[in-house]
Design a protein around this ligand. Structure first.
Ligand code: FES
Ligand SMILES: [Fe+2]
Length: 387
């Protein structure tokens, strides 16, 4: 559906700042090269702690980060072949999370019936992806497609972000091209215009027009001279739960959002820059260019954004009832999508639970649904006071 691009005041939704996630998507939880064979790390997807390990043969596994024996975090354990051994008593769990060995169990005695939840996990584009929702439908979904990853001529730069803010605040920042003012001293963009806006069940597409000028624009090949103004279209797509933005023929950004808790989020970004260098020269220069762009350009932009997002979060926590005004319809569309996705998951979970617990009264169920929507305890939103 096409939406109007007029900038006019609307009140920001009250429920968006503590809404939960739809876990039925692939979430990036870390960089693949930071998990070597035999290592185990902890990841948190919306308050759900997961122990992610790479077995000694290189295969990835993800288990609930709680030992079924006494709850000790499994990421403190040891990888033994294809299994993960809990640090405390050494119970071993296989890739499905089943307890397959208790080191002190007398021979011939039956293993306890103990199983940790396992999660679908995959490695793609140098990232580790976990599916925290219903494992039975994981193959119906895929991480975003990044064709530039396999095309020559693109310089790939990765950036990791950590935010003490709810993911809605972060997602709005990514959709909000009108904040070029913030990056003025870094010679960011200026004179933004919202050209078109479209919303579907799973995505928001916005097309803006922006202008660039300065040394940075010249460095990125946007203009021949630093004093020249270049005006280009930029597209921003929020395909729940991740972002993609593209500056015509110059750069593409894939921004993977990881909601950690109502007040913490992470991001894993992959930037692709079109460089005007022959491939034989680009290859040896790549490591230096990656570090330069990450440290001296991208991280500086990110630091400015983080300051704003965390300020916004603090203000929200100090006074959650206060209402704010937004004029960019793209942001309102992002908020609608975030709430809709959480509701979709909540409803599907409620239906599942309802069919299994017919005795539950429907009204009671509605009031608690947003609090305990799944056995995984993912979509945690308390809306009981917002009616
Ligand atoms: S707590 Fe994990 S083996 Fe005992
Ligand atoms: Fe920004």
């Amino acid at each position: 559906m096409d939406l109007a691009t007029t900038l006019k005041g609307q009140t920001i939704r009250a429920d968006v700042r503590d809404v939960g996630i739809n876990p039925n998507h692939w979430y990036a939880i870390g960089w693949a090269d930071q998990l070597q064979p035999g290592q185990v790390i902890q990841a948190t997807v919306w308050q759900q702690a997961i122990a992610v390990y790479r077995d000694t043969e290189g295969a990835l596994h993800a288990l609930e980060d709680a030992c079924p024996h006494k709850g000790v975090e499994l990421h403190r354990g040891k990888v033994q072949g294809q299994r993960l051994a809990c640090r405390y008593h050494g119970w071993e769990f296989d890739a499905e999370g089943r307890c397959v060995s208790v080191p002190y169990l007398p021979e011939g005695q039956k293993l306890p019936c103990a199983q940790a939840r396992s999660y679908p996990i995959q490695e793609k584009y140098g990232l580790l992806w976990v599916f925290p929702g219903d494992a039975a439908i994981a193959t119906d979904f895929q991480p975003p497609l990044m064709p530039e990853d396999a095309e020559p001529g693109w310089l790939k730069v990765s950036v990791t972000g950590h935010f003490n803010a709810h993911f809605s605040i972060c997602n709005e920042n990514s959709m909000d091209v009108f904040h070029g003012f913030l990056h003025e001293n870094l010679q960011g963009w200026f004179d933004p215009l919202l050209l078109s806006l479209r919303e579907t069940e799973d995505a928001v597409f916005a097309e803006y027009q922006v202008s660039y000028k300065g040394r940075m624009a010249k460095f990125l090949g946007l203009s021949e001279r630093a004093d020249q103004v270049t005006t280009l279209p930029i597209t921003v797509q929020y395909r729940y739960p991740h972002y993609q933005s593209s500056l015509q023929g110059v750069s593409v950004l894939y921004l993977m959002r990881l909601p950690v808790s109502p007040v913490e989020s992470r991001s894993f970004a992959l930037f692709f820059f079109k460089v005007r260098l022959p491939q034989w020269l680009l290859k040896p220069l790549e490591p230096v260019l990656q570090v330069l762009l990450e440290r001296f350009v991208l991280m500086r932009f990110l630091a400015q954004d983080i300051e704003m997002m965390e300020s916004e979060q603090r203000q929200y926590l100090a006074n959650p009832k206060r209402r704010y005004v937004e004029i960019n319809p793209a942001i309102i569309a992002v908020q609608r999508l975030i709430v809709r996705q959480c509701e979709r998951f909540t409803q599907s979970s409620s239906q599942t639970t309802m069919s299994g617990h017919k005795e539950l009264d429907a009204a009671v169920h509605r009031s608690v649904a947003m609090q305990e929507v799944s056995t995984a305890g993912i979509c945690l939103v308390d809306r009981t006071d917002s009616t």
